[in-house]
Ligand binder design. Sequence first.
Ligand SMILES: C[S@@+](CC[C@H](N)C(=O)[O-])C[C@H]1O[C@@H](n2cnc3c(N)ncnc32)[C@H](O)[C@@H]1O
Length: 474
Amino acid sequence: MATPLQVRVQLRRDGGRVGPREGPWVRAAQVARAWGPADPSALAIVEDHRGRALGWGLYSPQSEIRVRVLEWAPEAGDRRQPVELTPQVDWLERRLTRALAARDALGLTRAGTTGYRELNSEGDGVPGLVIDRYGQDRVVQITTASIAARAPQIVAWVRARTRGRVFVTSPARAAEREGYPSFSESWAGLATGDADEPREGAGTERRADREVDREVDREVDREVDREVDREVDREVDRERDLGSDVGSDPDHVAPLRFTEHGLRFAVPPPPGQKTGGFHDQRENRAAIAALAGARGLPLLDVGCHVGGFAIHAARQGALAIGVDQSALALACARENAARNQLEQRARFVEGDMFAPASWLPALTCDGAPGAEGFGVIVLDPPAMARSKRDVERARGALARTIAALAPHVAASGFLVVCTCSHHLTRAQLDAALLAARGAGRWTRTHALGPGPDHPVAPGHREGEYLRVNVYQRR
Ligand SMILES: C[S@@+](CC[C@H](N)C(=O)[O-])C[C@H]1O[C@@H](n2cnc3c(N)ncnc32)[C@H](O)[C@@H]1O
């Protein structure tokens, strides 16, 4: 096999510590010099200032994050030992395969879920790549130059394992930061691979009884998949019967359809919000809905997107109201409520979450669902602090919104404050609540994060981004 193209990246003597505990990123400011082509398809051997190999990884010659280390030398911490490092030729395929095997082991499809993250960037050892499953379809999101350089290989791999469509999206901000052209493409139709073939496992499990268990699991998963296929077919037929434009308008791109804890959802495919939906909140939607259902008081879902928290709560018997500023997301939310026969209990209104005065009075006035207070209010804003510089401003905006919403939480009810910005910590969320004058007395009952399909590499602090603090009114 051909040796992959390599560059040598030597670190500055005074560049600060690098190693597994510092996480996989080597920043441009830590680099003294590099030998080799400025080519993001190259693998980088990272050396200390004396030329000792510390690890190897993906090279982004124009990025502030210059190398994303895939493997550290075992002796990286021992300055006395010389180290030989040989990048694996087939590292990418191995890691893709391992990520799928890890998802199979989570048993999500058995819990009625076909919408989840199949590969989570650094958390699955492939920095810059996300693969989200939406029922039969897959969305591949690329955010680094080195993954963009490998996009054809990755897309071919995904297509060979997917019966549905494969969308590829690369946000303009990431492309600009990394110095490659942004793009968004989709491949429709059946892939050539047979998705019914059992996926290749990661290890060499030999015990026959475990293999039997696994085969049973796979068969259950395949049956769930087949049921999803049949349901998607029935739904396309139904929408055709209803005169919807699915299949008749050549520009219409059918939504991504998936199930989540047995509920049926559709989201607009990319380009749009992230990969289409927000799988990272899946387990939280179910958990928070259970809180709403316990007392049966209404739930207010602020930043509802396609209705996730609201529709889960409606299934638990609570009345739910979703608010978002995106008309497209709200249209999908209404369709999703109808898809689950919950439109009587879940309704959706357009509004700016940072200006609650423009929509909240209509929901809380005499006779409105929130007149007696909400059992749960969820505040799930978009990313508000892309850098440390943004934190103060974001915290101020959150505090003002919390101050407007919090008085409408019923006694012993819950306020759920979410952030998907790495720089906004749990303590910053606490601070936003404390700064919200007149917000009342609160205690934090839950500190939630993303589900297990969003693993984080130990040491990779930047990989922790979703924080969900649940406060109870006292
Ligand atoms: C992180 S997503 C919410 C995800 C959603 N809660 C879920 O569980 O799927 C943030 C949402 O906020 C919406 N949004 C962004 N800015 C907004 C604003 N100023 N007012 C209302 N909604 C906004 C976006 O359209 C998006 O749906």
